[in-house]
Design a protein around this ligand. Structure first.
Ligand code: NAG
Ligand code: NAG
Ligand code: NAG
Ligand code: NAG
Length: 496
């Protein structure tokens, strides 16, 4: 926008604001009016008056009794319920609170209205926390963290980029993996660095050039674009430079305590060693270090990388890192496996051997459909939502479950062996990533497990109709289709 256009639109805004009611700053749909004995707006005064404390006459027993009939009321008279909300709580229908102003924490005969302090947007985003399915019981540690609640650390360079992270500080359950969402402007760098965790990355938007050198003195450089993956083993130093159109990528680390703010940076390496030692180590006069950066670079702007990547190829007698040792996998070029209800792409050490314990699935679930109920045998799952909206119920032994809602930018974490599903609760395709610490991507499908268990055993346990048992899928469905109207069951419709 040109500066004069900006001035013009500011003037326009000003003239409009004369005609419109004063905008309420930060109106995220919160209740207004008296609350907790305070009745805003409080009068505007110019001097201090009154006292900060009351006296003993207000102690219970001394104070006059209130008259509850003429005192405050917690009645909510105009509660609006949404589709499916009056249905049996155990049906656990997805409640779309977007049309409810405000939503109410009610399901069937469970819960009641909410007259108190709250911000409606949170409840609209998390209907299954606010009005849980009747099947949710007990305690399950929080399994959801939206990157939108993470502190965003800006790079040091002018508009060079940013990074925000999820680790055990914000999601204590996520012990085995942590994630970072990073943005680099065109030609900007994530400074040369290394760390104690291994790093698996999925490019979300744009393209970037990555480079690394391993302990054998072998070197690596490649260009990756949206949908491609890289992996740097623990301790291997690397660089990441955005190409001309900039880049955003997702990093997953094999340590839940990883912090993006705690990596080993090349600038700090130079600042933290005696110049005499640097001089000896790099065979340079001490004056050669006069202009090294005096603080860390972190994310900063760079000169454009040469288009021809071969110009940047520097090798020792050990040569380049190639073949099955390659640090990148051009996953964007892999066609997905398609099934009714969506598609799945798997990338694990069977095809990307260097990423030893990183097994991932990129899953697309169509509206109404669901990634089937399953669990992972030995690994926790770190998941990330790229698009759309969905919900997960985590079942934790012996008798707890809790349902969490997810939207784009959300991180999910499901401990090993805990069953879960991912149901698309929106009107668009749901796209998400599952990452495991396992040598092979695998899961146990509940439907397939029961299909391959002797029928008499299943019947004795669950007392299901024969028609249902006979219809169980012997092949793993991965995804199942469903009614796009998630409350249809309330009107005697069908869930599938
Ligand atoms: C870099 O050079 C090595 C040979 O030293 C070669 O194997 C490798 O393919 C080259 N890489 C690029 C990106 O040109
Ligand atoms: C890219 O650079 C390499 C190494 O400098 C050179 O051999 C090759 O001819 C270049 N390719 C193109 C297309 O310019
Ligand atoms: C979904 O089904 C419910 C119950 O039958 C019905 O009330 C509602 O209108 C339906 N919604 C849509 C969008 O069709
Ligand atoms: C659904 O069907 C049951 C039994 O068939 C009936 O008792 C109930 O009233 C129906 N509910 C609705 C909302 O139509």
């Amino acid at each position: 926008m040109h500066p004069q256009d900006l001035l013009l639109s500011l003037a326009l805004l000003q003239s409009l604001s004369l005609a419109l009611p004063t905008p309420q700053i930060g109106d995220y749909g919160e209740n207004s009016g008296p609350v907790g004995g305070v009745d805003p707006p409080t009068p505007v005064v110019t001097t201090h008056s009154g006292s900060l404390r009351g006296d003993s006459s207000l102690l219970g027993g001394n104070a006059p009794l209130p008259d509850p009939d003429t005192s405050d009321s917690a009645t909510v008279s105009d509660a609006q319920l949404v589709n499916g909300q009056t249905a049996d709580a155990k049906l656990g229908l997805y409640l779309d609170f977007n049309s409810a102003n405000p939503p109410q924490p009610i399901r069937g005969d469970k819960g009641t209205t909410d007259p108190g302090p709250r911000t409606y947007e949170y409840e609209k985003l998390n209907p299954d926390l606010y009005a849980p399915p009747g099947t949710d019981t007990g305690d399950v540690p929080n399994a959801m963290w939206p990157m939108g609640l993470s502190h965003n650390r800006a790079g040091t360079g002018k508009n060079a980029g940013w990074a925000r992270q999820q680790n055990t500080e914000v999601l204590p359950i996520a012990k085995a993996m942590a994630g970072v969402d990073m943005r680099l402007a065109p030609n900007a760098y994530r400074e040369l660095h290394w760390h104690t965790a291994s790093e698996w990355a999925l490019v979300l938007k744009g393209c970037t050039r990555v480079a690394a050198v391993n302990d054998e003195g072998q070197s690596f450089t490649d260009d990756v674009c949206a949908g491609d993956v890289w992996f740097f083993p623990a301790g291997v130093p690397h660089s990441i430079q955005a190409l001309d159109q900039g880049v955003e990528f997702l990093l997953v680390f094999d340590n839940g305590d990883f912090s993006e703010d705690g990596t080993f940076l090349v600038s700090e390496l130079f600042l933290r060693n005696p110049i005499e030692v640097l001089s000896k180590d790099l065979r340079a006069d001490t004056s050669a270090f006069d202009n090294i950066p005096q603080e860390q670079l972190y994310i900063f702007n760079g000169t454009p990388a040469p288009k021809n990547i071969s110009e940047q190829n520097t090798t020792s007698s050990a040569g380049a890192i190639t073949g099955s040792n390659s640090y990148t996998y051009h996953w964007s070029l892999q066609e997905p496996y398609t099934v009714p209800g969506g598609s799945v792409k798997i990338l694990d050490p069977l095809t990307f051997p260097v990423a030893k314990m990183f097994s991932a699935a990129l899953v697309v679930v169509q509206p109404g459909a669901m990634r089937e109920i399953h669990w992972h045998t030995t690994s926790d799952e770190w998941s990330f939502f790229l698009q759309g909206s969905g919900r997960i119920t985590v079942f934790s032994a012996p008798a707890s479950s809790r349902t969490f809602d997810f939207t784009a930018g959300g991180v999910g974490y499901i401990p090993a062996a805990n069953s879960h599903y991912v149901e698309n609760t929106g009107t668009e395709d749901l796209v998400f990533l599952e990452v495991l610490q396992a040598p092979k991507f695998s899961d146990v499908s509940v439907a397939q497990w029961l299909a391959l268990t002797p029928k008499q055993v299943v019947k004795d346990h669950l007392n299901l109709p024969d028609s249902v048992i006979d219809n169980l899928p012997k092949e793993k469905p991965l995804i199942v289709t469903g009614n796009t109207n998630l409350t249809a069951l309330a009107g005697n419709g069908s869930a599938f």
